[in-house]
Design a protein around this ligand. Sequence first.
Ligand SMILES: [Zn+2]
Length: 213
Amino acid sequence: MQPRLNHTWDDIEARLESKNSTPELIEHFRRCIGFHTFAAPGLLIGVFMVDYALELLDPPENEKIYAVCESTKCLPDALQVIAHCTVGNGRLRVLPIGKFAITMNRPAETAQVDGIRVFLDGEKMGQYPTFALWYTKDPLFDPRTRGTALIDEIIDAGRDLLSDERVRVKVPKKQPWESAICTICGEMVPDNLLVDGACADCRSQSYYEKTAY
Ligand SMILES: [Zn+2]
């Protein structure tokens, strides 16, 4: 018999229900998996992290929340879907620190603001052996045979793998800017993104070459 590679949504929903998850939390999982397009382990942990951080932050309904995500992988999508902190609306900063950690805070006009940081706590992984193998990229972790066990452990662990702390977050200053024209390509960009009159694309970050139609 072929080992089952992935859980279906029904498997995940049943597991969440067996842990007495609220309908709201289950809905968060359903929407996040749909947005992400598959039930990535890191995304599932992210759902628990955002749910936990929001509970601790306890913002008034419909308030704009700000978030910092310390990993580029999976985790940003849970913040985008559940808390509507998106890269596009400027309320999500994704920092390539490489930790499974998020910080969330309410709006502030001050230079610093109180926030909640929720992080994956390495000291709590002992009870979750499959998770520990996956998280530490141990060669003993084989997604073909352990993939469903991993998902089950993540759902069973829920917040057990997480710790939280109160932090003071530096609020990024809004940079005023005017429209300017790059002296090399002639396209318009904000003036504060020009260096010696050249846009980032013309300087070094070019990711394309022009081709003929
Ligand atoms: Zn340019």
